[in-house]
Design a binder for this molecule. Sequence first.
Ligand code: AMP
Length: 131
Amino acid sequence: MASIFSKIINGEIPCYKIAENEDYFAFLDINPVQKGHTLVVPKIEKDYIFDYDPEYYAGLWKFAQKIAAAQKKALPCKRIGIAVIGLEVPHAHIHLVPLTNEGDLDFDASKKKTLPAEEMVEIAEKIKKEL
Ligand code: AMP
């Protein structure tokens, strides 16, 4: 069965999309640990990020680099932190999280936010403008 991220990529489930190319897709995390928290997802579905073909894997990080540059310009932060977890959704993805302090990259469930839809749209638009 297709993962929830494949369903997002195929347009079957809505998302706050940031960018897409032939191979990769980026959208806002629905429960961000910080505002602007973005997921970068390979269109080929594999559970574990290190199982991809090396070239395709390298392309994922190249795509993520562009998204992170746009996030950094668009949002108030010192830098963009990276995490690869994958314990919840078995479709590999990179978390890109705007950071100001070390503790900002904390995935404890109690730290996750639910923002109003209008704010998610506004954040996505800000990031997209910087791409
Ligand atoms: P993990 O698999 O542990 O890296 O975490 C999966 C991440 O995907 C979590 O941060 C969730 O908030 C996020 N997530 C799950 N479902 C959706 C969705 N439908 N849209 C956006 N983000 C999602």
